[in-house]
Design a binder for this molecule. Structure first.
Ligand code: NDP
Ligand code: HSE
Length: 426
C-alpha cells in the first residue's frame, strides 16, 4: 500500500483557483513524487456552485466552505477579501490544517492573528503568491536572506500600474488612455481603484517590510500615494532628466525606525528597476552582505500565481509527510514605525512661474531657507511671460521638502506648484 494521500481543500475557483486545479491535476504524479505522498483535491468552495466551469469536476464544488476546511490537511485560500477568508483560515488552522494563501489584503490586516494561531497549532502558513505573484520573494526574505541584514527593499509589485506607467513613458499616452488600455487587456479591473491608488501595492509593502525588518507592519502603517496624479508632462520631464517614473513599494529602516511607503518615484534609467516593462513585477533588495539582488517575473495572472501557490503546497505537504515546519512569524526586532515625513530622498519639483528677472533667486532662497539644497534647476523655453522651473534637490527629509513646497507656493511670482516627485534608487 502506498502513502496516504494528503487532502487539499481549495477556497475559490476564479482566475488563480482554476489554475491551481489545473496544476494539481496535470502534475499530480510529479507532485506526489516531490512530496512523498499523493495530493488529493477533496473539494472546491465557491459562491455559485451551479455555474459551468470548464476543466473543473462539478462534484468537487461546494458552497459549504466551513465544512470543507474541516476535512483537509492543506487549505488553499484563493477567494480573496477579508471575510470569510479570515475566519475560514482560522477554522482550518484550529482543525490542524496547514494553509496556503495568496491574499495580501488579508495578511496586511490580520497577518499576526493568523501566524499566531498557526504557531499555536503547529501548522504552516505560506503566502509566496501574496507579493509579486510568481516571483519568489517571500521565501528569499524569510529563508535565503535569514543570515544577512536587509537595508532596503524597493519593489514594483503592481503589474497594472507598471503597465500604465510604461505605456505613458514609452508611447506618450495620458493616464486615462493608458488605464483604458490596461482595462481592455484585462490587466486592470473594472474598478481599478486598488491598483491605481496604490492600495494593492501598500498591502504588499506591509508584508515586505514586516519580513525584511522582523517587525510588524500593517496596511495602516504604510504611507500610500497612487499614480492618478502622474501626467504625460511628468513623464516627459522624467525622461529629460534621465529617469522613468515607477510606482514603488519601499521598505527601509533608519534611526527613526521602519518606514514603508508606496508612491510614484523617479528611477534613474540605469537602475535595474527602470528596465521592468509592461505588467512585470520586480523586487530589488539591498542587503549588507549579499549586496543588491533583484527578483523579477510575472506578478499576476492565473498560471503564474498558481505556480507560487503550488510551491507553497509542496512545502506544506512535505512537512506533513516528513515532519517539521516552515518558518514562523519573525518580529523579534519589533522596531518602532517611523513617521511618513521622516523619509529622506531627492525630489524634483516643477513650478509654473512668471518669467522675469529675480524669480529664480526668490525660489532658490525659499528652498535654502528650509535647509534643502538644490542640485540643479532647469528652465524650458518661456512663452507669454510665464515659464516653468524644474528644481532637483539633494537628499532632504520629506518634512523639510513639504515646508519648502508650501513656501514656494506662497511666493508672488509662483503661479502653481505643478508636481513634486521623489527620486529613488540612486
Ligand atoms: P477571483 O475573483 O477570480 O476568484 C475568487 C473565487 O473565490 C471565485 O471562485 C469565487 O466564487 C470565490 N469566492 C469569493 N468569495 C467567496 C465566498 N464568500 N465563499 C465561497 N467562495 C467565494 O479572484 P482571483 O483568483 O483573481 O484572486 C484570488 C486571490 O489571489 C486574491 O486574494 C487575490 O488578491 C490573490 N491574487 C490574485 C492574483 C491575480 O492575478 N488574479 C495575483 C496574486 C494574488 P465564484 O466563482 O462562485 O464567484
Ligand atoms: N492587481 C494586481 C496587479 C495583481 O496588477 O499586479 C494582484 O496582486
Amino acid at each position: 500500500m502506498g502513502p496516504v494521500a494528503l487532502r487539499v481543500a481549495l477556497l475559490g475557483c476564479g482566475v488563480v483557483g482554476t489554475q491551481v486545479v489545473r496544476l494539481l491535476t496535470d502534475q499530480a504524479d510529479d507532485l506526489a513524487a516531490r512530496v512523498g505522498a499523493p495530493l488529493e483535491l477533496v473539494g472546491i468552495a465557491v459562491r455559485d456552485t451551479a455555474r459551468e466551469r470548464p476543466g473543473i469536476d462539478p462534484a468537487l464544488l461546494t458552497d459549504d466552505a466551513a465544512g470543507l476546511v474541516a476535512r483537509a490537511d492543506i487549505v488553499v485560500e484563493v477567494m480573496g477579501g477579508l471575510e470569510p477568508a479570515r475566519e475560514l483560515i482560522l477554522a482550518a488552522i484550529e482543525a490542524g490544517a496547514s494553509v496556503v494563501t495568496a491574499n495580501k489584503a488579508l495578511l496586511a490586516q490580520h497577518g499576526p492573528t493568523l501566524y499566531e494561531a498557526a504557531d499555536r497549532a503547529g501548522v504552516d502558513v505560506y503566502f509566496e503568491a501574496a507579493v509579486a505573484g510568481a516571483v519568489p520573494i517571500i521565501r528569499p526574505l524569510r529563508e535565503s536572506l535569514a543570515g544577512d541584514k536587509v537595508r532596503r527593499v524597493l519593489g514594483i509589485v503592481n503589474g497594472t500600474t507598471n503597465y500604465i506607467l510604461d505605456e505613458m513613458a514609452s508611447r506618450g499616452l495620458s493616464f486615462d488612455a493608458a488605464l483604458a488600455q490596461a482595462q481592455e487587456l484585462g490587466y486592470a479591473e473594472a474598478d481599478p481603484t486598488a491598483d491605481v491608488e496604490g492600495h494593492d501595492a501598500a498591502a504588499k509593502a506591509a508584508i515586505l517590510a514586516s519580513l525584511a525588518f522582523h517587525t510588524r507592519v500593517g496596511l495602516d502603517d504604510v504611507a500610500c500615494e497612487g499614480i492618478t496624479g502622474v501626467s504625460a508632462d511628468d513623464m516627459r520631464w522624467a525622461a529629460e532628466t534621465g529617469h522613468v517614473i515607477k510606482l514603488l513599494a519601499i521598505a527601509e529602516a533608519s534611526a527613526d525606525g521602519v518606514l514603508a511607503r508606496v508612491h510614484p518615484a523617479l528611477v534613474p534609467l540605469d537602475h535595474p528597476l527602470a528596465g521592468v516593462r509592461g505588467a512585470f513585477n520586480a523586487v530589488f533588495v539591498e542587503s549588507e552582505a549579499a549586496g543588491a539582488l533583484m527578483f523579477y517575473g510575472q506578478g499576476a495572472g492565473g498560471a503564474p500565481t498558481a505556480s507560487a501557490v503550488l510551491g507553497d503546497v509542496v512545502s506544506a505537504a512535505r512537512h506533513r509527510v516528513l515532519g517539521g515546519k516552515g518558518p514562523v512569524e519573525s518580529w523579534y526586532a519589533d522596531l518602532p514605525l517611523a513617521p511618513a515625513d521622516s523619509a529622506v530622498t531627492r525630489y524634483q519639483v516643477r513650478v509654473a512661474v512668471a518669467d522675469r528677472p529675480g524669480v529664480l533667486a526668490q525660489v532658490a532662497q525659499a528652498v535654502a531657507a528650509h535647509g534643502v539644497s538644490i542640485e540643479a534647476v532647469r528652465q524650458p523655453a518661456a512663452a507669454d511671460g510665464a515659464t516653468e522651473l524644474l528644481i532637483t534637490t539633494h537628499r532632504a527629509a520629506e518634512s523639510a521638502l513639504a515646508a519648502t513646497v508650501r513656501a514656494i507656493a506662497d511666493l508672488e511670482p509662483v503661479e502653481q506648484v505643478i508636481s513634486v516627485l521623489r527620486a529613488e534608487g540612486a
